[in-house]
Write a protein that binds this ligand. Structure first.
Ligand SMILES: Nc1nc2c(ncn2[C@@H]2O[C@H](COP(=O)(O)OP(=O)(O)OP(=O)(O)O)[C@@H](O)[C@H]2O)c(=O)[nH]1
Ligand SMILES: [Mg+2]
Length: 373
């Protein structure tokens, strides 16, 4: 039986949080004392704050044995988190890592709830402002709008549509995920690190749940969200989408290979084997569907939805192929008959809609990335 206490590390990035950091640390410490299955560490990552944050933390280090601090030049929130994660994994041997703001906006009383979900087998727990029960009571209308818009973009372009709060800074992550190369090499440096990290964790199959949080105003001091951060956030959106875009390119290449296989087998069967023109397409189509299936399973979407059997995925793939074929045909007929569209153009539009539908259903169902709770 594993009786070792699990190491939980709270990574607290600070930039000019001298007035808030003491309360934040003591709140975590107070709750930490009530958790007997865990060994709690608190790690402050300060970017040489000019307001004397480090002085406050140095004083607290004498009081709290589990408090550490690393420092560096200001290189943005993302960079601070990357350095913090690295330290937590390497020196504190963290099993579980919390991301939390240092300005009192994240309620430490929720920590046991986060850990409860870890015990239930979740890999990523997000403190969410946008699920039922969550809120941002003090946000101005403009900030609400920006926050919602940012989330909408990340959700739908980044392929994490089932997650409501993609930019939250209050999260609990199973450390195994942070050890993976893809996570360690994330390239965003500012606030957009949060959304990039989320998309990558999702791509890595992290089992995720959101719990509601009330995100009040920071206790003291000013927001560090700069215009540069906002620009980086926007520029990062297409990059988040590109991850899926690469899947789509692979999927399209596989689709093209299927055309060649279909044609080649049809040619062989009719010209060399002597099968009829009516029977041959049935065999050649099935060969192409099977070849597409295996290429997608082992190349396009490799590593996804491993829990489901190959046979089950194959059945899904076939039924979706049927649905897309039907969609193609219905669109073709509607355009041809209803709008007198040229037959080749009508078919091309039908093929395009069918292909996108086929991709979307397969990538979100047959080879879905992870199961939402
Ligand atoms: N080390 C480090 N910490 C940062 C940096 N930028 C922001 N932070 C910290 O990251 C956390 C989140 O930043 P905030 O300014 O609170 O962002 P916010 O919560 O969206 O904005 P407010 O609602 O106004 O607080 C805070 O603890 C900041 O001190 C940075 O460049 N380096
Ligand atoms: Mg804040």
């Amino acid at each position: 039986m594993d009786i070792r206490l699990k190491n939980v590390c709270f990574v607290l990035p600070t930039y000019n949080e001298a007035a808030n950091i003491e309360t934040t640390i003591s709140n975590i410490h107070r709750i930490g004392n009530t958790l007997n299955k865990y060994k709690i560490f608190i790690l402050v990552v300060d970017d040489n704050s000019p307001d004397g944050t480090q002085k406050v933390v140095k004083r607290l280090i004498k009081k709290y044995k589990n408090l550490e601090m690393i420092t560096g030049h200001k290189q943005g929130l993302g960079n601070a988190y990357k350095r913090g994660f690295e330290f937590a994994l390497t020196y504190l041997k963290a099993d579980i890592v919390f991301q939390m703001d240092s300005d009192g906006q994240h309620d430490a009383r929720l920590i046991p709830r986060f850990l409860n979900y870890i015990e239930q087998g979740f890999d990523l727990i997000i403190g969410s402002r946008f699920v039922q029960g969550g809120s941002t009571p003090d946000f101005s209308l403009w900030r609400k709008f920006l926050s919602k818009l940012g989330n909408l973009l990340v959700r739908y372009v980044g392929g994490v549509s089932s997650i409501k709060d993609c930019t939250s800074g209050y999260r609990c992550i199973k450390a195994d995920f942070l050890k993976r190369e893809n996570i360690r090499s994330l390239s965003t440096t500012g606030y957009s690190f949060q959304s990039e990290l989320l998309c990558e964790l999702n791509a890595q199959g992290a089992k995720t749940v959101e719990i509601p949080i009330i995100f009040n105003q920071r206790v003291s001091g000013e927001s560090k969200l700069s215009l540069k951060d906002q620009i980086e956030f926007l520029l990062n959106i297409p990059r988040l989408g590109f991850r899926n875009y690469q899947d789509f390119i692979r999927y399209s290449l596989v689709g093209c290979s299927g055309v060649f296989i279909n044609m080649g087998i049809y040619f062989l069967l009719t010209r060399y084997v002597g099968l009829s023109q009516y029977l041959s397409p049935i065999i050649s189509i099935e060969c192409a569907v099977l070849s597409n299936f295996f290429l997608n399973n082992f190349w396009t979407f490799q590593g996804r939805n491993l829990k489901e059997s190959l046979i089950m995925k194959m059945i899904k793939f076939h039924s979706i192929a049927g649905l897309s074929g039907l969609t193609n045909y219905v669109i073709f007929l509607s355009l041809l008959v209803g709008f007198s569209t040229n037959d080749l153009i009508a078919n091309l539009i039908g093929i395009a809609v069918g292909a996108v539908l086929n991709y979307l259903i397969n990538s979100n169902w047959t080879w879905r990335k992870f199961d939402q709770s």
